[in-house]
Write a protein that binds this ligand. Structure first.
Ligand SMILES: [Zn+2]
Length: 424
């Protein structure tokens, strides 16, 4: 009987004693309120220092989710042959799609790290032995990073971990070799309140029941918080990703996951991930033997051209410390427009261009020493808002930023000494 319970939604478990233990721990380790308000720095408009790299906000990533790798498919909904899997990994390479790690994807979303324009992230769910024995060697061959989403009771020795399950030793080996290990609950069940839940008593006896109120919340604590803590304690790692079983979640599930300190939550509704995709419902493409088209369709979603010569990388205006700032309203119709390009990297001389709505290309000056491009408007801006486009070439690639500021009605037609009123 090689069939694990992982793929059957309702054969599931809970150990209440464990639940209590973890609840106690969780009360101490709750991260305190996430956003302690930063005290507003005194606004000395001297050229602010750019601390973050300028990231390419037009990059896109597709995330794949795999389960078991087997030579003979018995459960086409969660299996794929090693040959098909390897073919897909090769196709990513052939199509110029860069496989990046989950942590790099999240660093990019935080604006801390750049990623190539078209990327893929590979994830494996549920912790099967074949992921260690078959998938990992293939991933090593391509030198691809990947993420394992583990439900803790499904690891070998757990109440749901059968003979095909991965072991803690194998997970430790993967961890030691840079594999990212993340959470997928304790018992792999639908987390929404009101669904049937399978409980496993310490003797192994299984009961199916509906949990409500405090009982449900206690169960959830173990599934969402306890499983994270167990992975962190057993493997000495930091877990910041949470894959929701079956992709079934609601606002309450998200809330608990956020409170547990997860940075990102994953579903199985595949879609390209962009810079602005919400982190609490990141879609992955589940690749299964019975839906061979899903992989190809996913690739089409982020384009197939391997050219990229004409690609323009969009950078955020706030990374350029623009003046006026994006969304600001100024009191003059003759503002000084400035942006700091030093975060973009080496700028090719003569490639810097500024366009201003209503004026077109303007004779802006660029100071390579400070990386500042500036233009003093000499002709009164007539509209209530003004858009600025700054572009430059860096490492052979065109980079562009644009932002919009407002002009107060009846603004004086003279360069104002003190300009800005920040817009609320
Ligand atoms: Zn799963």
């Amino acid at each position: 009987m090689m069939f694990r319970f992982a793929i059957v939604p309702l054969l599931l478990a809970l150990n209440f004693s464990m639940c209590k233990k973890h609840e106690t721990v969780s009360q101490n380790s709750q991260p305190s309120s996430t956003s302690s308000p930063t005290p507003a720095a005194p606004v000395a408009a001297a050229s602010p220092k750019i601390t973050k790299p300028v990231v390419d906000q037009t990059a896109q990533t597709i995330i794949f989710c795999y389960h078991r790798l087997v030579d003979k498919i018995h459960y086409p909904g969660t299996e794929i042959t090693p040959a098909a899997f390897e073919g897909q990994m090769k196709e990513l390479k052939d199509r110029g799609i860069t496989v990046i790690s989950m942590q790099d994807l999240l660093a990019w979303k935080r604006g801390e790290k750049n990623i190539p324009p078209r990327c893929a992230v590979i994830t494996f769910d549920d912790g099967w032995k074949s992921q260690y024995e078959v998938a990992w060697p293939i991933m090593k061959k391509f030198e691809y990073p990947f993420t394992m989403f583990i439900y803790t009771e499904g690891v070998r020795g757990g109440s749901l971990g059968g003979g095909e399950a991965i072991t803690w030793e194998q997970l430790a080996d993967m961890r030691d070799n840079g594999v990212d290990i993340e959470a997928h609950t304790a018992t792999h069940q639908d987390l929404r309140e009101g669904h049937n839940i399978m409980l496993i008593a310490s003797g192994g006896k299984r009961t199916k029941t509906k949990l409500n109120g405090p009982q449900y919340e206690q169960w959830m604590q173990n599934e969402v918080v306890g499983s994270k803590q167990l992975l962190e304690q057993r493997l000495g790692i930091k877990v910041n990703c949470f894959a929701v079983p079956f992709g079934s979640y609601n606002e309450h599930v998200k809330e608990i996951a956020r409170g547990a300190g997860y940075e990102a939550m994953f579903t199985v509704y595949g879609q390209p991930i962009t810079f602005t995709s919400p982190l609490d419902s990141i879609g992955r493409y589940a690749i299964e033997a019975n839906k061979p088209k899903v992989f190809e369709d996913a690739l089409k979603m982020i384009g197939t051209s391997t050219g990229g010569a004409a690609a323009v990388a969009e950078v955020g205006a706030k990374d350029l410390a623009t003046q006026p700032a994006d969304g600001e309203t100024v009191r003059t119709a003759l503002p000084l427009i400035k942006a700091n390009l030093s975060g973009i990297g080496q700028i090719e001389p003569g490639s810097v261009q500024m366009r201003v709505s209503g004026l077109g290309v303007v004779p802006a000056s660029y100071d390579p020493k400070t990386g500042t491009v500036s233009y003093q408007v000499t002709q009164k801006l007539r509209e209530k808002s003004c858009s600025v486009f700054v572009s430059a070439k860096s490492a052979g690639k065109k980079v562009e930023a644009h932002w919009t500021f407002g002009i107060e009605e009846g603004a004086a037609a003279r360069p104002a000494a003190t300009t800005a009123t920040p817009k609320r």
